[in-house]
Write a protein that binds this ligand. Structure first.
Ligand SMILES: C[S@@+](CC[C@H](N)C(=O)[O-])C[C@H]1O[C@@H](n2cnc3c(N)ncnc32)[C@H](O)[C@@H]1O
Length: 250
């Protein structure tokens, strides 16, 4: 049953269970004397082992292993709680909606920027939209090179939106960023739609693109394929995450 749950729920369950088990063990015996840090290591090892045997992805196993020991170490450093509050708020403003969208923030590489530069028209006017435009780096880089294009971004996370709006100030004639969910925006006005999302929304994105995008316009996805729909072109990029750009003509 646990296997069908969201990874974060499973992780929380393992953390609570292992912490309770370690606490019970500490209370029930008086022979072994260990420091709080050593107990936290025991909890981390137990949580890591359970995650490993439940075949959780490797990054989850590492998080499970280190979470409580790192909390105890950080508490021992007596850092002002304001720092944690600020960090928590920043993370909330970047990743707060990820639970719903299933698309976290990670940025397109320089190789992706370069490949898109060559794909976009050199002379003709065109419009380009980045669905989930993050901190606006890709849009601004493209806007600097392609003066013949109009660039748009739609971003739902408040902090990346603010950064991208500030970043776009020097290019504000050709680069505009909107706040909200791209599912609420009509795609019919764009010649090129770019998406760097996750596997989760790709099927729905295809339905939206088919319904709204103009014939002849181009849908480009970084890394994630649309299930069952063969792209007319794929461009493999030799970057740190081995990205591939997939192109579909509508
Ligand atoms: C993988 S990042 C890509 C960032 C940027 N496009 C790039 O290539 O560097 C995906 C972004 O999409 C945003 N996002 C996810 N779902 C969204 C939605 N429904 N509407 C608007 N933005 C969304 C996330 O907040 C995140 O910033």
């Amino acid at each position: 049953m646990l296997k069908h749950q969201h990874s974060s729920i499973v992780a929380l369950f393992i953390q609570i269970t292992t912490t309770l088990l370690v606490c019970l063990f500490v209370i029930s015996q008086s022979i072994i004397t260990m420091s709080l840090f050593e107990w936290s290591i025991s909890q981390g090892l137990l949580a890591g082992l359970i995650s490993y045997f439940l075949r959780m992805p490797i990054w989850w196993t590492l998080i499970q292993l280190m979470f409580v020991p790192l909390c105890i170490t950080t508490l021992a450093l007596e850092i002002s709680s304001l720092w944690f509050l600020s960090l928590f708020l920043c993370l909330l403003l970047i990743y707060g909606k990820t639970y719903k969208t299933q698309v976290p923030l990670y940025l397109s590489s320089k190789n992706v920027n370069a490949a898109l530069e060559t794909l976009l028209p050199r002379q003709d006017q065109f419009s380009f939209v980045d669905l989930g435009s993050g901190c606006g780096g890709l849009l601004n880089n493209l806007a600097k090179v392609h003066k013949n294009g109009s660039f748009y971004g739609i971003e739902s996370a408040p902090l990346p939106l603010l950064i991208s709006k500030l970043r776009s100030l020097p290019n504000q004639d050709s680069c505009k960023i909107f706040w909200g969910s791209f599912w609420e925006y009509d795609l019919s006005q764009y010649d090129v739609v770019y998406a760097y999302l996750s596997p989760v929304p790709m099927e729905s994105l295809w339905h939206k693109a088919r319904k709204e995008m103009r014939p002849g316009s181009l849908l480009i996805s970084n890394t994630f394929l649309i299930p069952g729909i063969t792209p007319y072109k794929s461009i493999e990029l030799n970057d740190f995450s081995n990205s591939t750009l997939y192109l579909w003509k509508i």
